[in-house]
Design a protein around this ligand. Sequence first.
Ligand code: UDP
Length: 329
Amino acid sequence: MSILVLGGAGYIGSHTALELTRGGADVVIADNLITGHKSAIPKNARFYKGDIRDFDFLDELFSKEKIDAVIHFAAFSLVGESVTAPLKYYDNNLCGTKVLLEAMVKHKIDKIVFSSTAATYGEPENIPILESDRTCPTNPYGETKLAMEKMFKWSANAYGLRYVSLRYFNACGADASGTIGEAHDPESHLIPLILQVPNGKRESVSIFGTDYDTPDGTCIRDYIHVTDLAAAHILAVEYLQKGGESDIFNLGNGVGYSVREVIETARKVTAHPIPAVETERRAGDPARLVASSAKAKQVLGWNPVHDSLEEIIQSAWNWHKNHPNGYDE
Ligand code: UDP
């Protein structure tokens, strides 16, 4: 029996696929390569190029391979783009997941682990954020992820499948091997943007807003290493394989760092001055997003180990300095 990683050529998908193969799992990857990279796919995984919105593609894949569980990363994930092109997000994220569920039901595949996001909460009610807190997304990206969670809930109820939804906070860092890492185009995330400065690809990094109600005036986020996220997906598959009930878990390391602290740590790691320019707030950014991951720790036995900001940025830097232009293909 195999594990199918949908979107396994993307950032978090490729790190999860790599960890699965290291653990000896038989891994199948499907990706349309719109945002994913062929060279991020582990060598010993079987790769199918195709789109989850294509029922015939999934039907054929599920006929050829004996899939025990699906890990679903195949979605668009740029918040800003989702605001200007919401239907693109509804089409891929929501309609794609509907087609996927139809194919899973047809082939009696009953376990799925799914990447959700802290963006499902919107402006938080409490810090740290609990899974039971209010969900009120402030952008179409978060809205489609929340709608996907609900589609899983009702489908689980009707068709007897079980799911785990993992709400990530700020995914970052790269595999210790230095062979895979983060490569978005366009890049919008803080750590890769900061590292473009010592890589000579930009003059400075912008700090979006310095008048937030936080100790240094800049936004606070919960940065979680991608290898720790990968471990959580594997634990979630094992949880479902052992008969665990459908559930939702936050994944963060429970410590918040400000934009200024992240830049300062990157200066230390790279030994580069990294000039920063203070600019206006970016629309829709809450001041503070920090997870409670107590539930994932208790129920899944998850234990994030790469939790120092310095280690996270060091691993990201190992990747970016050797791959300043991302992947070849
Ligand atoms: N940020 C920033 N400058 C940038 C990119 C991001 O100050 O060039 C800030 C952003 O406002 C947020 C934090 O860095 O407070 C993390 O942003 P990112 O886009 O990486 O992740 P998000 O929290 O939006 O998921």
